[in-house]
Design a protein. Structure first.
Lengths: 225, 225
DNA sequence: CGACCATTTGATATGGATCAAGCGATGTGG
DNA sequence: CCACATCGCTTGATCCATATCAAATGGTCG
């Protein structure tokens, strides 16, 4: 456990692994404005620096946002599963790029149309804001991940994914080790080693590299610290 | 330099140090709704978990948002200078707490009133969204900071502060070393050592601990990598 | 079957954390 | 006005978690 500041304060609150924006009823009317588009595995949806003309909602598959740093490293901003909205980001242009991790179907919504609609319908405006606020919360949680130890990061990641793909205790990860590493700010080797260690600790099982069984969630939560 | 992924791609874009939301003309009408409140140095403005009833805009002084982790570490979410808006965050309750670093004057705006106004005035709604998007961009940039080396983090921090307190090359930092460390995900010792190293490299001067003169910005930018 | 790619595992190096001591500024009481 | 405590910061020595370099393993596709 890394030390940063040892404040012995009273306010202990767990970092809530907030998943990306999942708009169920939300954006209901809005979805009519969008066109569903297919993207093949590894296809680019938009690139860093592209004008942010559209918003996106995953219907099928998984999408990853990422950013290449000047030195060649890559930071993965997030993984987006069916129901999740992505492409919000900051302003005129996309700060990250987005790629389909697996074959995906994505609803593409024209931003200008959405804004125009929001101008006329306060409900839409409110939803737009709400979706953005939740994305903000997700990114803040991501920050909290990045200051933890490798074991904590991996454990938190597994718990997050398990929560988002509710299929009992078995999770089928759509992303590669490299994607996970770049999301968690670790190397692929460290991710792999940490998973092996968690297996030895009987916290998880690894039937195959993409499939992970959570055997002891409370142990994971504890490691999550 | 830490390795994460060595993608030799074409898209090289520098992490733009986006400062917190600074609403100049923005929130113009809105500000009439708010009451200016004084906060003494170290006074708490709101606490993690408090219902998020208000939005805030710094008029004078500096505010820091932070979060205590279960193990006693602290993460500083951001520093807010005059003109900056804070307290947006996620939804019903504040994920971070906010404290005045120096004696501050803060405009306090009731969220419900603002939302009501946004319902009637699309411009207000749009501004609210815009402010949130910019905060989102700031937090994403913060993530990019946290995966860099100590030297890069400190250099980036100095450049960011210099940009936000435009007073030539001399910056008077309102925050302590501990605050900086908790913002950058480093220890106070590492921050201090790194500043000393930057001084030896003649990138900066340290006339006093809170005052920093940028002697060679391009060198800092280069370190910033 | 063989080539290729993703993943795991091993050995070593290193950046930053930790532990500890020193230093300078500020403030307090005598 | 000066001794002395305190606090924030710096500097030094050492340790450790994770990166790096390297090789082995395993699964997939032609």
């Amino acid at each position: 456990m890394l030390r940063q500041t040892a404040y012995h304060a009273g306010a202990f609150k767990q970092a809530t692994n907030s998943p990306p924006v999942r708009s169920g009823e939300l954006l209901g009317a809005i979805e009519l404005m969008g066109a569903p588009m297919p993207f093949a595995r590894n296809a680019e949806i938009y690139e860093e620096g592209d004008p942010a003309e559209y918003l996106y909602k995953v219907i099928e598959g998984t999408v990853r946002t990422s950013k290449l740093l000047a030195d060649g490293r890559r930071q993965v901003g997030g993984f987006y599963l069916p129901g999740d909205v992505f492409g919000l980001e900051t302003g005129d242009e996309h700060a990250f790029s987005a790629e389909a991790i697996a074959d995906a179907k994505v609803l593409v919504i024209k931003r200008s149309a959405l804004i125009a609609l929001a101008d006329r319908d306060p409900d839409v405006a409110r939803q737009l804001w709400s979706v953005t606020c939740r994305e903000l919360g997700r990114v803040q949680d991501h920050i909290l991940l990045l200051i933890k130890s490798a074991q904590e990061r991996v454990a938190a990641f597994l718990l997050e994914m398990a929560e988002r793909v509710p299929a009992g205790n078995a999770v089928d990860l759509p992303m590669s080790r490299q994607d996970i590493a770049d999301y968690l700010g670790l190397t692929i080797e460290t991710v792999s080693r940490t998973l092996s260690r968690l297996e030895h600790l009987s916290a998880i099982e690894l039937p195959s590299s993409r499939r992970i069984v959570l055997r002891n969630r409370s142990a994971l939560s504890r490691l999550n610290a």
